[in-house]
Design a protein around this ligand. Sequence first.
Ligand code: FES
Length: 195
Amino acid sequence: MADSAAATMGHSATGGHGPTDGTKRDFLGLVAGAGGAVLVGALAWPFIDSLNPSKDVLALSSTEVDLTPIAEGSAITVMWRGKPTFVRHRTAKEIAEAKAVKPSELIDPSAPATDAERTKAGHEKWLVVIGICTHLGCIPLGNKPTDQRGEYGGWFCPCHGSQYDTSGRVRHGPAPANLALPPYAFETDTKIKIG
Ligand code: FES
């Protein structure tokens, strides 16, 4: 290709016209096409790159939580993948109340709906839920024992009055669904890894 291009260009320098003009046009078209591809590539890369998660987001794709400072009866909020996530240390009474509820009593009985499905066996005192109201996305109150928690003792969403129980299940609308559960595992008895 380089030889043929050089020959074509050389012919052109003499000002001649003839059968090689088509080759010249092909060559120039090829060069223009290649330049266009490079330009598109140069413009497209920042756009494509912007679709990739940034390093700080990747770093937060999992979140480790030390459970020791969380007092019984209260919860903390940690950020996991940009979402507020509640980690609650439930009292024996809160656990018993959560276990006593049957899915048929719930607004959202879809699994995971039982308290056993929403907690880890052997670690029932810990509840981990995404702290975003399933109505329109407000962050419910209830992490502190002194917060308003609603009739069911879990969380209360001040935006439109939804109430959640001590398993994070919606018990009073307008929220249509239970608080979502993030994936998590116990690394030790006092440390979990979310994500
Ligand atoms: S956003 Fe929570 S009740 Fe509307």
